[in-house]
Design a protein around this ligand. Structure first.
Ligand code: CA
Length: 231
């Protein structure tokens, strides 16, 4: 069964280009030109991944992203956001709302396809290889099975990607992880042009963790590591 990919994008040329190239890679592609059309397809078809434009004629793709990630029937579906360079804030909000990745317009179709493949390959089974079901240190408790994070007794809401990133750093505490390595291990692909994706996520993660975020150290010119004295 080929993976089914829904493109929600109001510009017909972009839609067709993505459709053409993904179909060539044997994906089954469905197209929607508005949020409403997208919602209809999501309600009636089995979809494995959504490519979502943010500026849509009947509203913001961010709203739809939030809805996809909050409904129990659709929240497992990965979302890749298409965003113009000037929409940095939207991109950050998109991750807040649970988007799995983003691609900046104008984008290379090849890169988009690589990301689609990486995300589909990642799947839910790859997420938890740890035998431990819980990690706790300095007020932070991560429940790996429930994918829940608590800090000083209060639940903090991490996206799936932030959770994976934090767990990845903790699992390798004391060891520097380069941005490229993180991209490959946490995001599932490597590409030298997108390492700032890592920085964006680390920044959001630190903000959510407050003072605890200081345990994530920046190693200049290399990457990040979780502080060694964490255990
Ligand atoms: Ca648009």
């Amino acid at each position: 069964m080929p993976s089914r990919i829904l493109i929600i994008e109001d510009e017909p040329d972009i839609r067709k280009t993505i459709d053409y190239n993904l179909s060539k890679e044997s994906f089954k592609v469905l197209q929607a030109a508005s949020i409403q059309e997208g919602e209809q397809i999501l309600a009636s078809d089995k979809i494995d991944l959504v490519i979502l434009d943010l500026m849509l004629p009947d509203g913001s793709g961010l709203t739809l992203c939030r809805d996809i990630k909050s409904e129990s029937q659709t929240k497992h579906i990965p979302v890749i956001i298409l965003t113009a360079k000037t929409e940095e804030v939207d991109r950050v909000v998109g991750f807040e709302l649970g988007a799995d990745d983003y691609v900046t317009k104008p984008f290379s179709v090849r890169e988009l396809i690589l990301r689609v493949k990486a995300i589909l390959k990642r799947g839910p089974t790859k997420q938890d290889q740890s035998v431990n079901t819980e990690y706790s240190f300095d007020g932070l408790i991560l429940n790996y099975e429930a994918h829940q994070a608590h800090l000083d007794g209060k639940e903090i809401s991490l996206t799936a990607l932030e959770f994976r990133l934090l767990k990845h750093l903790i699992d390798r505490k004391g060891r520097v992880q380069s941005r490229d390595q993180l991209l490959e291990d946490v995001w599932g692909y490597s590409s030298d042009v997108t390492t700032r994706t890592v920085d964006t996520h680390i920044k959001r993660l630190r903000e959510k963790l407050g003072p605890f975020g200081e345990h994530i150290l920046t190693i200049r010119g290399v990457g990040y590591r979780f502080s060694k004295d964490a255990d």
